[in-house]
Write a protein that binds this ligand. Structure first.
Ligand code: MG
Ligand code: ZN
Length: 358
């Protein structure tokens, strides 16, 4: 009996000292993490699964260990659009479909790049659509309707963004209203369309507008834009040496879903997975970078069902040309990643990131 009591006492001390030890580590680890948020627009579980069946190597996303699920409904609709879906991540609020960075009373709500800039973070957005499109816009603009892309372009000028890359030149140059947003950007310290092979100057801000409208489809020669510019942004931020927040969007997974085009969708998914690989490679080396992969909603009711009774052949198919409301997988890696497991709301992504970076 006495022996048991001693053992328990020893155990008690062991547990207590372990606790103190882990607390010490926590106190030492006061460095805030960098955050890379990769959004596959329209990427549900079947879209994500496709990279396991159609790629020729181990998918980058297979490295994630912390997995969660989010509900993506907006304030007004069971099924969200990318405006309300992106605003949930960028501002932490449920709002009405089609809005960008505003609440249901059409009042501006501070977004995550504004909040993190106050904490000396550098910030960036990369997208395979126009950089003024709904998802990237949620991270720097505040407008009543996602259709106001001229206004969104103008808001990018005075935003806190330090690096952006995507399409959408038509909203910056040769506009019908003759507002020269390109000039405003360079007046505000941006270098536009720097020679990609020249090193970036950490004292400057950079914008890459590489198409008039959206970037080309993967099936139409986009090449490695998304992984390459993700790498470029990460090298730039590493060079600057401060904390950073980077949003990377695979926009056209959604468009392929609306088109019910499985070949287009799978090509976009494989490209997105490559960009995820770039983010994970950086995070593995850096050891202070949180990588989060998720989607704003699912598009197309995509499935990888059997081709009739042939259980050895996948016949990718769609149930709809619209968005769906199935729960969306969240994958997380790096410091604080364990906070992203569980089933919760899309707006909690914002709050979890803020909690980790405060
Ligand atoms: Mg989008
Ligand atoms: Zn859509």
């Amino acid at each position: 009996m006495k022996h048991t009591i001693i053992s328990l006492t020893v155990l008690f001390f062991l547990f207590n000292s372990c606790d103190a030890f882990s607390q010490n580590i926590k106190i030492k680890k006061t460095t805030k993490p960098n955050v890379i948020l990769l959004i596959g627009d329209g990427m549900g579980l079947s879209q994500l699964s496709s990279v396991f069946y159609y790629g020729d190597k181990t998918p980058a996303v297979s490295k994630f260990t912390e997995i969660g699920l989010i509900n993506t409904s907006s304030a007004t609709d069971i099924i969200t659009d990318s405006g309300a879906g992106g605003t949930a991540f960028s501002c932490g609020i449920k709002t009405y479909n089609n809005t960008i960075g505003m609440n249901t009373d059409t009042l501006k709500v501070k977004n995550i790049t504004e909040l993190l800039s106050e904490k000396k973070y550098n910030t960036g957005v990369i997208s395979t659509s126009a950089i003024t499109h709904a998802t990237p816009a949620c991270f720097y603009a505040h407008v009543k309707s996602r259709k106001m892309e001229n206004e969104i372009a103008q808001q990018l000028v005075s935003s806190d963004i330090d690096f952006f890359a995507g399409g959408g030149m038509q909203f910056f140059s040769n506009r019908v209203d003759s507002v020269d947003v390109l000039k405003a950007l360079s007046d505000n310290g941006f270098i536009i369309n720097n020679d990609k092979n020249k090193p970036l100057n950490q004292e400057k801000k950079y914008g890459f507008l590489l198409a008039e409208k959206a970037m080309p489809e993967m099936t139409n020669g986009r090449g490695d834009f998304l992984p390459e510019y993700t790498k470029l942004a990460l090298e730039y931020f590493a060079e600057k040496g401060k904390n950073f927040f980077l949003m990377v969007e695979g926009s056209q997974i959604d468009w392929a879903g609306h088109d019910n085009n499985a070949e287009y969708l799978i090509a976009e998914m494989l490209d997105f997975d490559k960009a995820v690989g770039v983010a994970l490679d950086f995070a593995e080396k850096d050891k202070n970078t949180l990588v989060i992969v998720l989607a704003d909603h699912e598009t197309g009711g995509f499935t990888l069902a059997a081709d009739g009774k042939d259980y050895n052949t996948i016949k990718p198919s769609f149930a709809s040309k619209e968005h769906s409301t199935s729960l969306i997988p969240v994958l997380a890696f790096g410091p604080g990643s364990e906070k992203f497991s569980g089933i919760y709301q899309n707006i909690d992504i914002f709050h979890k990131i803020l909690e980790l970076t405060k």
